[in-house]
Design a protein around this ligand. Structure first.
Ligand code: FDP
Length: 321
């Protein structure tokens, strides 16, 4: 069976600047994938010895992946500016260009040192000006995204991509070095699988406590069916599972730190995943409504996230009101 090649698929996009940018991101992720495969042999595991702007310890691979993407997009003509989890501020590249890229260079970095799944998440927004690049220009609702996706570095390396017309999933062929189209994502409305970090249970809002308690009661409880739990602890891998076979994934609000209304970052985690999940037939919300309708306030903003099977997301969100 022959599988379409990513670069051929990109040629059919109306916006060739977008196609060039997506090809650049995909190529850079191939390099990251190669580095990850060498792992300990390449001396790239462990801490980098610094913290990012959010006070999180950076791993060497966070820094390596960030530098690779930053430098590749720096040479990519259609890109006006970038924002990254690992950069304190937005970075202006060229005022004449039309696209803004936000990215999490290596999501799930606590998995790096145990040779478990990690990924690169990206979101592409239209530029809003022809003057100097500012943070304000990036602060557009996720609905404005022109493309979003991630590359998952797992047993095989996979790219999930949306340009607003469904979600295509490509597998990196180690022989040809091409991303080949292997499936489309589709999230069934109902599920029997959930993903949440249960160790935070005592900090959640009452609505989430009740929602999860009902799932745990299984067939004897109000939901009348048994649920299974899965938790990779890398959003990119947990969302990949939801896109492949359904389920619900949550990183809800918790009461520990009033300055952190959630763990996940809006601009380069929740928004791109929200675009993918909606395009695959699911929902992605905060307790107030769809993530993609949120007006961002700052580039490293955090939000609570409930995403996946429509039946579960709407039930959980509804329990908040
Ligand atoms: P990580 O900090 O390891 O990069 O983006 C944050 C994230 O990973 C998510 O990918 C993941 O779902 C979550 O944090 C895991 O954090 P906890 O172990 O604190 O639950």
């Amino acid at each position: 069976m022959s599988h379409p090649i990513l670069n051929d698929q990109l040629q059919s996009l109306d916006d060739q600047g977008l196609a060039t940018t997506l090809a650049c991101l995909a190529d850079t992720c191939k390099t990251i994938s190669q580095q990850l495969k060498r792992g300990e042999l390449a001396g790239i595991l462990g801490a980098a010895g610094n913290e990012n702007v959010q006070g999180e310890e950076q791993k060497k691979l966070d820094v390596i992946a960030n530098d690779l993407i930053k430098s590749a997009l720096g040479a990519c003509e259609p890109v006006r500016g970038i924002a990254s989890e690992e950069e304190d501020d937005v970075v202006g590249l060229r005022e004449s260009a039309g696209l803004l890229v936000t990215f999490d260079p290596l999501d799930g970095s606590s998995n790096i040192d145990i040779n478990s799944m990690v990924g690169t998440i990206f979101s592409i927004l239209p530029g809003q000006s022809t003057g100097p690049v500012t943070e304000a220009e990036f602060l557009q609702p996720g609905r404005n995204q022109v493309a979003a996706g991630y590359v998952l570095y797992g047993p095989s390396t996979m790219l999930a991509l949306t340009t607003g017309n469904g979600v295509d999933m490509y597998t990196l062929d180690p022989v040809s070095g091409d991303f080949l189209l292997t499936r489309e994502a589709n999230i069934p409305e109902a599920t029997k699988e959930f993903a949440i970090n249960m160790s935070n249970q005592r900090f959640w809002a009452p609505a989430v406590q009740t929602y999860i308690a009902e799932l745990l009661q299984g067939a004897e409880g109000p939901r009348g069916k048994n649920y299974n739990m899965r938790w990779v602890a890398a959003m990119v891998a947990d969302v990949h599972r939801v896109l492949c076979r359904g389920g619900v994934f949550m990183y809800p609000w918790d009461q520990r730190d009033p300055n952190k209304p959630g763990k996940l970052r809006l601009m380069y985690e929740a928004n791109p995943m929200g675009f993918l999940v909606e395009q695959a037939g699911g929902q992605c919300c905060t307790p107030e409504g769809p993530i993609l309708d949120l007006q961002p306030e700052k580039i490293h903003q955090r939000v609570p996230v409930i995403l996946g099977a429509a039946e579960e997301v709407s039930r959980c969100v509804g329990m908040h009101s």
